[in-house]
Design a binder for this molecule. Sequence first.
Ligand code: F6R
Length: 615
Amino acid sequence: MCGIVGYIGFREAYPIVIKGLKRLEYRGYDSAGVMLFDGNDLKVSKTKGKVSDLEEKSKEISQSGTIGMGHTRWATHGVPNDINSHPHLSNSENLAIIHNGIIENYEPLKKELIKRGYVFKSDTDTEVLVNLIEEVKKKENLKLGKAVQVALNQVIGAYAICVFDKQKPDEIVVARLGSPLAIGVGKDEFFIASDASPFIEYTSNAIYLEDEEMAIVRLHKPLKIRKIKDDTIVDPYIQELQMNLEQIEKGGYDHFMLKEIYEQPNVIKDTYRGRLLANEGIIKMAGIEDNLEKFLNADRILIVACGTSWHAGLVAEYIIEEFTRIPVEVEYASEFRYRNPIINKNDIVIAISQSGETADTLAAIKLAKENGAFVFGVCNVVGSSISRETHAGAYTHAGPEIGVASTKAFTTQITVLTMIALRLAKAKGTLSNSDFHRHLQELEIIPEKVQEALEMTNEVAKTIAAKFKDSQNCLYLGRGYNFPVALEGALKLKEISYIHAEGYPAAEMKHGPIALIDEQMPVVVIAPKQGHYDKVVSNIQEIKSRSGKIIAIVTKGDTQVRDLADYVIEIPDTSDALSPLLTTIPLQLLSYHIAVMRDCNVDQPRNLAKSVTVE
Ligand code: F6R
């Protein structure tokens, strides 16, 4: 994964690079490094740990220079330590590189370079790449840009790179394949980063490099973009950024995750704004309208995604099948891409991804396209790789999600997918008019109910968190639309508090997991009034008779479950199909408070990164 930042211009580079790295730390945070060039000397400081550790460490070097590059790492090759941190220098120490991605064929390349006398200090694939560039440059007497291009044509893998040559210190060469790279274009200055967040206060003009493109970012010269393979020139397309600074700051909350949980009422509204006109009985989404026939003639919808986005896909499976009667299958993108799946021309593939950069989802999309399927993306990050790789799509408009644990992405993905299901149901006539209008009305008021759910559940979630913060395990149970919510609740708990948690369909309990239940086992049961309420009540009784500790999510005013459960968390009433948008709220808060009480790093949990650009 990793985050990269570069600057070339007239300002001091160091503060720009450091601030940029802090904004990109969600992409990886096991080590960090910076390179600065002050007109004479190239200085590097790098360390295991976070960007704050780097700030300490880099006090040892002079921090002046108007050219700089920085890196925050999520280790792939080589353990996180000072030496394996980026930037890496070539053997001559003339070239410096930062890299997000993996060079898969680094071993044979390394062997060849060793034969030619190169020496390696680190265990990384990146140090191989910078020395390969050096070797090509030297052997063929090439300029940096050309040498990078020739070297990249020998490489198999994924990369977003910045390369600097101290012998040609008015340029940074950048290239991408499979990992994102944005260039901010200012007046007499350029910014380079994995996403636009490091430079939004300086410029709102950005160029997103496409796969297999490289650029020479040179002072006082127009940007030149070329295809890495055949050197063809590409016209730069400058996009106006929609992001603002406020969106990427904590705004008074202790953590991004909490801020993002509390943003849900507003962002769900942003998601349906202009698309859902409940009073007029209209849902219009450009990506669907333009391809309506394809959707109506689809034999099947295949949903591919990972993690939380996969859970949103499972909710969508229930909703789309229920509303439209189109068969839906949901696949982990990582399995789909490697299992020779049956994909027919009349299949529609929906790829769901917050970041729009997840490597497995991207690979699944490519496979689906190769097999002739129409691929529709549901992404949050505008201009991301998945949004560009898909034939059509719908953005979720959740705004930047910085906390590594996905929250508002999940609820906005469900909102988009529900609107798609409703639009298709209307066109197919698979929902009665009254049901269609009822769902539209309910969706329109869901943001107020999410707000109410936040207000109703936060304190009680905190109280329950205090009771269970030292648990070793936790079970989450739900049925129907709330089975995927149980999976999502368990994922949230394990990823940020490191408590082992499992989500199960409530009725599956008796086929095995019930053996785990004893008086030590907290069991979170999602039991809203709509849906399979009576069945869930029976499941609760089964847990109670085995002394499990029951935490139940119930509809406001429920008395039956209250009598059985040890703790209840009430949420507002809504339809069965929309209930995941509310039941998920207390589960997010419960995980959040438990993680805070366990002193865990909520926004940057161990071993994780926000954007999983490696397979
Ligand atoms: C969990 C989480 C991950 C992501 C997964 C997919 O909280 O954030 O499971 O959902 O890595 O990421 P995207 O949606 O960016 O493709």
